[in-house]
Design a protein around this ligand. Structure first.
Ligand SMILES: NC(=O)C1=CN([C@@H]2O[C@H](COP(=O)(O)OP(=O)(O)OC[C@H]3O[C@@H](n4cnc5c(N)ncnc54)[C@H](OP(=O)(O)O)[C@@H]3O)[C@@H](O)[C@H]2O)C=CC1
Ligand SMILES: O=C(O)[C@@H]1CCC=N1
Length: 264
């Protein structure tokens, strides 16, 4: 086994999808665990990887282990697998708030520790993942880890102090973008557009706008100004968004998410 995942829900499945698509590891090199038989059967059926209900089997089978359970179960899981862990293992945490030092302390061994902050667009190979490591991870080992995260999207290696910011702007933001798409589509439906078509317009517009920022490197405000014709329709919408506190609402949402990450 090359890699194991303790917990295989939304985020682990999204990452494994990318890993398999890019051929980083094959199905028989990936082992995952679930809490329930229902979850295990789902992982087996949808991903085709090796599955188990025994978290210790993950640690005995793979030297790289991703902790993909909810943050509140991290301590319980690390205690459960403690006797199977060795200094040869690399532990990868993907939860907000669970720091490199915390993970090493709870593992109870001087091992290699990595944090990922991925997001669900990994499911379609368009993820954005932040990575940081402790100083036991060598440059070569980091390069191998980046092959994994690059398989499901883009990666940035960042200092650990930025992980909560990355959690807000990367990990959580898909939820806010989906809310934005839903709201835009609702408005188009209220103007008479069929719902399916409204989702296509809203989603493709978000995708295209994001691509413009990434590909042109131009300031987002500059790109916004390109859309606003003098005395036109767009600037009327900009006026009402500013009046409704659109920017401030987004700013506050990401700040709340980052602050919550610090407390977990
Ligand atoms: N969802 C997201 O967008 C992101 C999530 N994360 C982080 O990823 C982690 C997982 O989140 P997510 O995938 O959304 O959560 P899910 O609830 O979708 O998945 C959690 C998984 O953990 C399994 N599980 C629970 N307890 C245990 C246990 N004791 N032993 C083994 N497996 C267990 C569950 O099994 P079963 O299937 O049987 O119920 C389930 O498969 C969290 O720490 C979260 O903070 C990080 C970035 C983004
Ligand atoms: O909501 C959460 O806490 C997780 C981490 C980032 C996205 N989902």
């Amino acid at each position: 086994m090359k890699i194991g995942f303790i917990g295989c829900g939304n985020m682990a499945s999204a990452m494994i999808g990318g890993i398999l698509r890019q051929g980083i590891f094959s199905k028989d090199e990936i082992i995952v665990s679930n809490l329930t038989e229902e979850g295990r059967a789902r992982s087996e059926k949808t991903l085709g990887v090796v599955t188990t209900l025994d978290n210790n089997e993950i640690v005995r089978s793979a030297k790289t282990v991703v902790l993909a359970v909810k943050p509140q179960f991290y301590e319980e899981v690390l205690t459960e697998v403690h006797d199977s862990l060795t200094t040869e293992h690399t532990i990868i945490g993907i939860a907000p708030g669970k720091t490199l030092a915390w993970l090493e302390e709870k593992a109870g061994l001087p091992l290699k520790v990595v944090r990922f902050m991925p997001n669900t667009p990994a499911q379609v190979g368009a993820g954005m993942t932040a990575v940081c490591t402790n100083d036991r991870v060598s440059e070569d080992e980091l390069a191998e880890i980046l092959k994994i995260t690059d398989s499901f999207g883009c990666t940035e290696v960042i200092p650990e102090r930025l992980m909560d910011a990355a959690g807000a702007v990367g990990g959580c933001s898909p939820a806010y973008v989906f809310m934005f798409i839903e709201a835009m589509a609702d408005a188009a439906v209220s103007q008479g557009m069929p719902r399916k078509q409204a989702y296509k317009f809203a989603s493709q517009t978000v995708l295209g706008s994001a691509k413009m920022v990434l590909k042109t490197g131009r300031h987002p405000g500059d790109l916004k100004d390109m859309v606003c014709s003098p005395a036109g329709t767009t600037i009327e919408g900009v006026r009402t968004l500013e009046k409704s506190g659109f920017r401030s609402a987004v700013f506050e949402a990401l700040t709340a998410a980052a602050e919550k990450g610090k407390k977990l």
